[in-house]
Write a protein that binds this ligand. Structure first.
Ligand code: ADP
Length: 341
């Protein structure tokens, strides 16, 4: 019954994810997101002392901010099993039933990208979350019938980059909702120093700060930049990551002072050059830069908005004067974003 491909024993993604050593294992090692951490610490302690499963937890935030990591930490701190999958991997209700039927008492079950659940699977999840029961289909074809079987109490952790796309019946079944924000430069510098220690590489203080300021508020990006700078330091200097190594390394990777990558700049330039500064819809914009709407909306846009370089309006995206200044395209524009002089 169980489809192994839908249950991941751990996160499988790019090279930075494969180095599981960098992933904090305990709440104390999880740096930043102070509010989320403080709240969660209370809920974990309370559940532990009552010897009950913790309430279902809903985590919202852009990719790479630590939602999966925090779900794993929650399981470890509660001292329970951890199962992980992502909504696109759940193709049929039996995929979900397969996982839920093997769940142990109090487990943490993490579903990533929960906004992409299929309706039939979402229905099944409602019953599991609320009544701790599972609709189980016996027999086939006309003889098929559904029986309800009880399952152990568990904690569902649902994560999404797009809270607006999650149905309200689903959201309302989560007792705890926590929203992640982008990390500050100081927090990212601490994460970089912690990772550098684990990777056994020396990093100067000002180099750590420079990497932090170029990491678009995101630990996953910070760890990725650290690894690349480690490569540059190994080949071009004596293995120590200095500010000079980082400055020239970022230049080689085409990452600018705000942490923008080539695609970020292409997005801004496309809005300016092709759409008179906007407004332009996400789909049109994604096509014009050859990216998917998902990566535009999930990865690029939140940081560009956070930096004040684009604004989302009901009619589409528009670039701001700050973006033009950053790109060295200063000028006076009319109400239609056309350059006057
Ligand atoms: P998400 O699930 O939100 O996409 P992840 O939990 O996979 O993000 O985090 C991406 C990587 O960033 C992890 O491998 C981890 O090493 C690192 N990371 C995330 N949050 C933190 C944090 N608060 N402190 C230290 N490292 C972190």
């Amino acid at each position: 019954m169980i489809n192994d491909s839908v249950v991941r024993s751990d996160f499988q993604a790019g090279d930075e994810e494969n180095d599981l050593n960098l992933r904090p294992k305990l709440l104390d090692e999880f740096l930043g997101q102070t509010k989320v951490k403080e709240n969660l610490s209370v809920f974990i302690q309370a559940a532990r002392s009552r010897k009950e499963s913790m309430d279902h937890l809903f985590l919202i935030g852009p990719p790479g901010l630590g939602k999966t990591t925090l779900a794993q930490i929650t399981a470890r701190e509660l001292g329970v099993d951890f199962k992980v999958t992502s909504a696109p991997a759940l193709d049929k209700p039996k995929d979900l039933a397969g996982i839920l039927s093997t769940i142990t008492e109090g487990s943490v079950f993490f579903i990533d990208e929960i906004h992409r659940l299929k309706p039939a699977i979402e229905e099944m999840l409602y019953i599991a979350m609320e009544d701790y029961e599972l609709d189980w289909i016996i027999g086939q074809g006309a003889a098929a019938r559904t029986v309800r079987i009880p399952i152990p109490k568990f904690t569902l952790v649902g994560a999404t980059t797009k809270a607006g796309m999650v149905s309200s019946p689903l959201i309302s079944r989560f007792g705890i909702v926590q929203r992640f924000s982008f990390y500050t430069e100081e927090e990212l510098a601490s994460i970089i120093k912690r990772s550098a220690k684990i990777l056994n590489v020396n990093v100067d203080e000002d180099a750590a700060l420079l990497m932090a300021s170029s990491s678009r508020g995101t630990p996953r990006v910070a760890n990725r930049i650290l690894r690349r700078m480690r490569d540059f330091a190994q080949v071009y200097s004596n293995g120590v990551i200095t500010k000079q190594v980082v400055t020239s390394g970022l230049d080689k990777l085409e990452i600018d002072t705000l942490g923008l990558e080539r695609y970020d700049r292409e997005i801004l330039l496309s809005i300016i050059n092709n759409y008179g500064g906007g407004p332009v819809g996400a789909e049109t914009l994604a096509i014009s830069i050859g990216e998917s709407v998902d990566s535009l909306e999930d990865y690029y846009e939140p940081y560009l908005i956070q930096c004040g370089l684009i604004q989302r309006t009901p009619r589409g995206r528009i670039v701001t004067d700050k973006a033009r200044t950053h790109l060295g395209l200063e000028g006076i524009y009319d109400a239609n974003q056309r350059l006057l002089f």
